[in-house]
Design a protein. Sequence first.
Length: 457
Amino acid sequence: MEHESLWQNVLGEIELQVSRPNFLTWLKNSQLVEKSEKEGVVLVGLPNNFAKEWVKNRYHKLILGSLRNFDGSVRSVNYTVLAGSSPVVVLKQQKVGVKENKPPDELPLSRSLIDPETNLNPKYTLDSFVVGSSNELAFAAIQAVVSTVGKKYNPLFIYGGVGLGKTHLIQAAGNVIKERYNKKCKVLYVTSEKFINDVVWAVRNKRTEDIKKKYRDIDVLIIDDIQFIGGKPTTELEFFYTFNALYENNKQIIMSSDRAPAAIPTLEERLRSRFEGGMIADVTYPDYEMRLAILKTKCIEQGVSINQKTLEYIATKIQKNIRELDGVLNKVVFYEQYKNKEIDEKKLDEIIQETSHVSPKNITTNEIIKTVADFYEISQIDITNKGRKQEVVEPRQVVMYLLREVLKLSYPHIGEKLGKRDHTTVIHAHEKISKEITQNPSLNQKLLLIKERLYKT
Ligand code: ADP
Ligand code: MG
């Protein structure tokens, strides 16, 4: 039998025996690379190292058995990474409530505009930022920072919920500073994930001097979503030193977070008090007037005109997330241009539904357990019962971690749900997974894939 058709037969058989998502994730893009007729060794290619390890550990028996079914001369199977295939898909870490439906202006195209030196995206400007009672304090603080870099409000800490303009504001500050002070002021924008990765990499490769240089040799350091730094001692320490070095030299530090410093549970005390020593401003939910103003501004920016009634309807329905407001508007604009007619209420409702339906409320404890169990191919009972089998340890800890991170359940409550376990076990699991995902790319990858499934269903 030809390699190609042999492999198709094998895949056809395996497809019936593993779950659909697992088949699509792990096996669909596999290939039979070669088969030595003499020794009967088959080489199976997978698109990346992660998939290779996973398939080898999980499906080896199945693959070998099935190959033998179709071709009696097969003795053994080896695995390899296909040259030139795409790298592991690194999905953006999905935050609770963040929609995958990105408005067109957030598609990868805009990535090419990002300034490689500062990491700033020029699309974020102060001019395009609509100011209202929900964000005026933050806006004023940003303006003050821009005109007195490093002197007045240092550090500046902006916090608030998802999609309320934090990234927009702090990036806009960076853009203005860069423009105003041109070469005299070195600006760097990083997400805290990037910072954490840099620190972990440097520590592992004994190159901490490099990152010291990178982060201390700037005038304005902007860190987005700093809350992720909490509970990672090495990173916190490195950040603390960087922070002090910059601070003492009157360099400006601007941070955003999804909650106030006091509410970041594992943040070390001295770091917390440093954050609180500067200016703290929050952004809250925009009121109706402001939501409407944002929609109108976006229409003007895009040079489109949308019926006032439509805008009012969107502003009434979407209340808690400006990114969603933007997302719905973009779809409406697209629809009207494409159909060349005004949108009707039914279609509008549909768009609003699909843009804002993925909310953390829709995800349940059982869904999390089921998704994780399916992913690891163990039964749901294994996760909730008392057994201590080695292969259920990681999935169970992942479930605990997700129940905490996604549903914000209390530790005792999680323990209760998972076979009446003690809350300290849950705390331990949560800490362990939080720590490991920054150090173990494979676990990180698993969590991203699990979350992707979770938010899709
Ligand atoms: P956050 O970082 O708080 O999650 P973002 O800054 O990414 O939110 O904002 C989400 C989207 O909404 C972005 O496209 C941003 O440009 C837009 N946006 C947020 N607040 C405003 C505002 N006040 N005026 C105009 N656009 C805004
Ligand atoms: Mg943000």
